[in-house]
Design a protein around this ligand. Sequence first.
Ligand code: AHR
Length: 499
Amino acid sequence: QRATVLLHPDFRVGAVDRRLFGSFVEHLGRAVYTGIYEPDHTTADEHGFRRDVADLTHELGVSMVRYPGGNFVSNYNWEDGVGPVEDRKPFIDLAWRTIEPNTIGTDEFLQWAEREGIEPMMAVNLGTRGVAAAAALVEYVNGEAGSKWADLRIANGREKPYGVTLWCLGNEMDGPWQIGHKDAHEYGKLAAEAGKAMKLVDPSIELVACGSSSMYMDTFGEWEQTVLSYTYDIVDHISMHAYYEELNGDRASFLGSATAMDRFIRRVVSSADAVGARKRSDKAITISFDEWNVWYLESRFPGEANLPLQKDAPRIIEDVYSGLDAVVVGDLMNTLLNHADRVPVACLAQLVNVIAPIMTEPGGEAWKQPTFFPFAQAARTARGTALDLRVDAPVFTTKRHGDVPTVTAAATWDETDGSLALFLTNRTAEPVDVTISHLGASIVLTAGLEVTADNEPAVAGPEHAAKIAEKHVRVIDAPAVRVEADGSTVVTLAPESWT
Ligand code: AHR
């Protein structure tokens, strides 16, 4: 099989925002407790946070972390999680039916992020709380001394404002599972008022309105248009969430997931622009794709309603990933890069233990799932400007997404040092020769990483993850490509691979 990729450094999509390589830590299962935080662990720092997890977070290349939810935020009283830890009371988190001990709260998380040099992204509760609590939290986090909530932060031991820029106005408020779920009119009005108050406290912040929880929600489209009709002038971004999985053995559709993501992004951009057109606005709303990943949600997760009440950081949603999942994650990353002009923010959901690239054992080791590798490679090498490629590849037909291309590509160009990063996915079971025509530029391919799919059943634990990494993640170098007489470069992509 053959495909062609045409690129030129002057054909551009837009600058790659570093916030595209974000992740997410929710108070859910073992993401916080025995994930980033475990005071008794041998690698714990003086604040009780695991050094091994922080080191892997850096190796993953995560630029930003969203916190504290997710569904959790919609019944969270942030005031209960600040101040002396011994005075904090545990409560029942209704989203995940877990006793939340409140040991880690806003200050502990923000100080961890600061020490690690990671930008935090905060979410406010618009499920069970409202305008006043949201504005108070912005004041607590970003306010200068001399007002009630900023002074409380100072009394709690933190003088300097944290300066958090990115704020989510609630989470998945379109979802009936959300505590305090609302219809689009109710949510749109509340988000506009909360956002207005939050920006009056700190005009420098950026706000994210909740978009749809997935493209398959009945209210998708209508929701975006209604919510933005209330919030267009006050918010900067609209959120997107999408999880993909292999359902009923339909491997072809799963391998085509990034095409569904691409269509989802185009539809949200169109919906936002339609509102902008009606408002005669010159402002463009951008996308915060603040939850994306492979998640075996339908096939393996029993659903929030059926969860028993648990305590002590239970093992919830600890998906075990395969080489195939890693290929799809890489392909999803290609799609995000191809929309760099409208998607400046994205979060791989989540960071540790919960549908995560990093896993831990309490008191034990931390390790990388197969999905770690494509994300880390993209975060390390994709920089500068995303290029507008022309990809010519045959299509194949899938049950879920119709026709999808056999090969996808994304590329970035860093003009400061002339480095090009090219990402290619082969979604077929045959090798594909990809001819790269690089008009106006001569390229020397130096090194790369190839991730291939497997057919092995996923087994939990570090040994299996290491076995997959050994068999399915391969560093490739220059001899793996051919330069043709006309100067174009040919790369042979392995079956079902992300390179
Ligand atoms: O990331 C897990 C959950 O997925 C989040 O809490 C929620 O926002 C989404 O449904």
